[in-house]
Design a protein around this ligand. Structure first.
Ligand code: SAM
Ligand code: DTB
Ligand code: SF4
Length: 329
């Protein structure tokens, strides 16, 4: 039912369709594969903020840019759990812990993160981490601790990548994704629009994602949050139609994935977000902060859900559906 032999031309043709036709097709695919009344509510927490040695041109946490982000050591487990419980009470079913690391090192901080994973998992939340590059062995340790998903974005096309990040390669990114896949942890991988890339770069990124041996289980589509002090602070804002095209195309080429309308919602109206949900987005980050930048509050999002007749999706639904299928067979 899903394909991983998409040609660039097919994806280009989809992306460039008259936008309402594209949305109609994506909405149709969405309804075949998902319950369109449900949106997954995820919460992010920056467990280790700032001071990152990488040079990602969009990122407020890179040590080399003066962005005013305060460098903080790894949070204590108790504090993280407190936050996770609050997120759950507010209706979140996935909890994602982010660290401003280039890569995971086998040290005491990693041991602490493994403990956090164990305990967040015990709260019956889908636990996700985004910690930078991982070896196969580190991915296995995270899997053993109960990690449900690992976020590691490709961000843009292979060709444009070097314009945005020079301290690691696209190949490094793909290698980590492979290590995560081998460990059995689900893959969360997407990108950012508004970095100065062309439409062709976006199409190429979707082509890479859609042709991975197994599609990512979730695909976050971020629009650049322009942060003062980063090299991209003066980029033009993105056109909502571009976000809609990205989401719709991702939905069609990766029909089973959760497509997340991620960073960039602060600038969007409810009507614009509704178009994204119609185009197949079925997940958001909720809570008034992403990692370091603002995001709509839980209350605002619940009011949006009410207006649109949407409801939060339960945790572990994809796993339960997979188990049901397995039992039937
Ligand atoms: N350091 C790890 C890494 O780079 O994989 C994990 C944390 S990093 C902040 C996670 C992702 O956040 C990045 O891959 C990027 O896609 C996204 N991100 C960071 N800054 C952003 C910004 N200003 N606007 C939109 N997305 C951003
Ligand atoms: C993703 O694709 N977007 C999130 C999450 N994965 C880790 C991060 C967005 C970060 C936006 C900038 C900030 O708040 O620092
Ligand atoms: Fe570091 Fe991740 Fe930010 Fe890049 S995106 S500077 S790796 S925290």
């Amino acid at each position: 039912m899903t394909r991983n032999n998409w040609t660039l031309e097919e994806i280009r043709d989809l992306y460039n369709r008259p936008v309402l036709d594209l949305v109609f097709e994506a909405a149709t695919v969405h309804r075949k594969f998902h319950d369109s009344s449900e949106v997954q509510v995820c919460t992010l927490l920056s467990i280790k903020t700032g001071g990152c040695p990488e040079d990602c041109a969009y990122c407020p946490q890179a040590a080399r840019y003066n962005t005013g982000v305060e460098v903080k050591a790894l949070m204590e487990k108790e504090e993280v759990l407190e936050f996770a419980k609050k997120a759950k009470e507010a209706g979140s079913t996935r909890f994602c812990m982010g660290a401003a690391w280039r890569e995971v090192r086998n040290n005491r901080d990693f041991d602490k993160v493994l403990e956090m994973v164990k305990e967040v998992n015990a709260l019956d939340l889908e636990v996700c981490c985004t910690l930078g590059m991982l070896t196969e062995e580190q991915a296995k340790r995270l899997a053993d601790a109960g990690l449900f998903a690992y976020n590691h974005n490709l961000d843009t096309s292979a060709e444009f990548y070097g314009e945005i990040i020079s301290t690691r390669t696209y190949q490094d990114r793909l290698k980590t994704l492979e290590n995560v896949r081998k460990s059995g942890v689900t893959v969360c991988c997407g990108g950012i629009i508004g970095l100065g890339e062309t439409h062709e770069d976006r199409i190429q990124m979707l082509h890479t994602l859609a042709n991975l041996r197994q599609h990512p289980e979730s695909v976050p589509i971020n629009s650049l949050v322009r942060v003062k002090g980063t090299p991209l602070e003066n980029m033009n804002s993105i056109d909502t139609w571009d976000m809609v095209r990205m989401i719709a195309t991702a939905r069609i080429v990766m029909p089973n994935a959760m497509v997340r309308l991620s960073a960039g919602r602060m600038q969007m109206t409810i009507a614009e977000q509704a178009l994204c949900f119609l185009a197949g987005a079925n997940s958001i980050f909720a809570g008034d902060r992403l990692l370091t930048t603002p995001n709509p509050s839980f209350a605002e999002d619940m009011s949006m859900f009410q207006t649109l007749g949407l409801k939060p999706r339960s945790a572990f639904k994809s796993r339960e559906l997979a188990e049901d299928c397995h039992n039937v067979v």
